[in-house]
Design a protein around this ligand. Sequence first.
Ligand SMILES: [Mn+2]
Length: 420
Amino acid sequence: MTNSVRMAHLSDIHFGPAALAEVQRCADAALERIAAESPNAVLISGDLFDHRLDAHAPAFRAAVQWIQKLANCAPVLVLQGTFSHDVPGTLDILSALHARFSVAVATEESTWALGLRGWERTAQPQSDHSLAVFAWPPINRGLLAATGDVNVAYRAYASDVLQRAQVFAAHARTMSIPTVLTSHGTVNGCVTENGQTLVSPDHELAIGELFETGYDVVALGHIHKHQVWEKEGRYVAYAGSLARLHSGDYDPKGWIQWRFDSGVATLEFHTTPARDMIEFSFDGPPDMLKLQELASDCENAIVRIRYTVDAEQSGSVDRKAISALFANAAACKVEGTIVPRLTARAPHIAATSGAPAKLAIWADTQEVPSSQVDALTRCLQELLANPSEDEIATSILTRIDSLTMEQTPNETSSSNVVGV
Ligand SMILES: [Mn+2]
């Protein structure tokens, strides 16, 4: 084995018709850099495709040609991604590609080692191997749910896989071969490209468990935000998507170059020329002249325009006209927030705090006689002093009772009146 090994780790390419120009530009930029750097191996940790594609679709051909060019630089290992993206069976064609090096496809749990002729599927790495990889692609969770709770079944399955992975890494380590665990799933506590933190015990991967497997590097796909965890010189990392695929994603896009020097792993993040994510924010209706001016710099960018207006102004915002200004952008999202207008019949009373002060202002404006103001103030103080509704109710009832008893005898209650 050699003392220094370099592996390019790319992920979530998403070749498909929707963003093909963007994906192609970023994929070509990565390819150019990889050709120049000449790493010992290339790993793609899932989601090469965006969805089911026909063999004659331009996006399918673009993906296959790109993989072939990568395989002219170094041996390529492609991991199965999410089933809705890498539809089962689609990746198999890649292993038939003719290139300087071979393309290996991992669609099931499998162990690989990098030899002189490229990736070899092997139960145990040998001393002439320079890198050992445990591939753990997604599985169909539905198949685990035959009996009982699917999440409980999944945890038991995952624990078995990680145990096998641990044994494989331990063996490689006895021969000082660098180890990589690659998977495609969600790490509990990771952050998405929209800045949302995903927390649930039902996510496929737990960061602590991944570190416990003892791999130098856990190279992940699925989450499009590039992020890295480090513990005692070992790493768990998402390469992130190669291109900017969604609105709200402000992060640099790219791929990781891993380097293993005499048992020490290091990483370098290489960015791709992903399109810009540009946001304009207005407090009030968007300034159309300003937007017209700004639109010329937004060609091919993902544009987000946010504004906050009150209910009366909302009708004056022409969202279609705003979108039309950004017709050259890759996407234009217009998001308006309407603030409901609070109406107060007596704004000076509404603006004053405390019921007694409000009462005083009201009495003043209504020219209420001072004796009545005093009585009302006393009532109010009494109400405010009473801690419970029950006490208020009891005191009112007591007062009604005493009023009834003070009734004069000639006052007759209506029930005693008989009509003739
Ligand atoms: Mn993906």
